[in-house]
Ligand binder design. Structure first.
Ligand code: ZN
Ligand code: FE
Length: 256
């Protein structure tokens, strides 16, 4: 099996997962780079998975559906302009001989879902769209901070070796913020140096893993004393789990 982050736009990854000559694509915001990757890999697209309704995640769905006849699976609770089989948390679907579990992760958008494959030849794999990024999380556009915190708690509870396939290469800018929050986090400093080297070599920093994100990602660490204290220096009114998380997200929104 091959798991390939197909780059698109300025910083999206359209994940292509291939088994033999069959392939799945996740969040194809653009059809052209996916069709090129399929022809390079001599693979046939069987299934399109969608995590949420934003254009950079769905822009290529209709064209790929028309070109390949692939099955389209997408969230039930998002407004989408293409034919699809609606999914929501707790649903389970089979593809490429694998069982895929659907997890509700509202926050970035109201109906955002993630796809978790607990048992694959590569180990457990997560496609989390714009909910969890390496070193960060998505902006809260439609949901509440409480929903986003709950969604990230659910993802953080997955097995440590779960490969995290995020939809954007935001890692270095996320880690710059993470270092402002936790300047003494040794795992974070080490990971940041490794990611800088990967980007200088022109390589993706993804997939990450849940175990690594628990060590370096401030949005999965918002109950750690070091993170709470940093947030409270920034926003003294933040006191409980949700208000600390909300203040952390607000701080990141304005961080340069
Ligand atoms: Zn988005
Ligand atoms: Fe996006």
């Amino acid at each position: 099996m091959k798991l390939i982050p197909v780059p698109a736009f300025s910083d999206n990854y359209l994940w292509l997962w291939q088994s033999g000559t069959d392939a799945i694509v996740v969040d194809p915001g653009d059809a052209e780079p996916v069709l090129k990757a399929l022809s390079d890999q001599k693979a046939t697209l069987r299934t399109i998975l969608v995590t949420h309704h934003h254009a950079d995640h769905v822009g290529g769905v209709a064209a790929l559906q028309a070109a390949t006849g692939a099955r389209v699976l997408a969230p039930a609770a998002e407004g989408l302009g293409f034919d699809h089989e609606p999914l929501s948390g707790g649903d389970q679907v089979e593809m490429l001989g694998l069982t895929v579990q659907v997890i509700d992760v509202p926050g970035h958008t109201a109906g955002h879902i993630a796809y978790w494959i607990p048992d694959s030849p590569l180990g457990p794999v997560l496609f989390c769209g714009d909910t969890l990024f390496s070193g960060g999380c998505g902006r809260i556009f439609e949901g509440t901070p409480a929903q986003m915190l709950q969604s990230l708690d659910t993802l953080a509870a997955l097995p440590a070796d779960t490969l995290v396939c995020c939809a954007h290469e935001y890692t270095l800018s996320n880690l710059a913020f993470a270092k402002a929050v936790e300047p003494a986090n040794a795992a974070l400093l080490q990971y940041d140096a490794a990611c800088q080297a990967m980007r200088e070599a022109g390589r993706p920093t993804l997939p990450s893993s849940i175990g690594l994100e628990r060590l370096v990602n401030p949005f999965l660490r918002s109950r750690e004393r070091s993170v709470v204290e940093a947030v409270q220096r920034h926003d003294p009114a933040a006191c409980d789990d949700v208000s600390v998380f909300a203040a952390l997200r607000g701080w990141k929104n304005h961080f340069k």
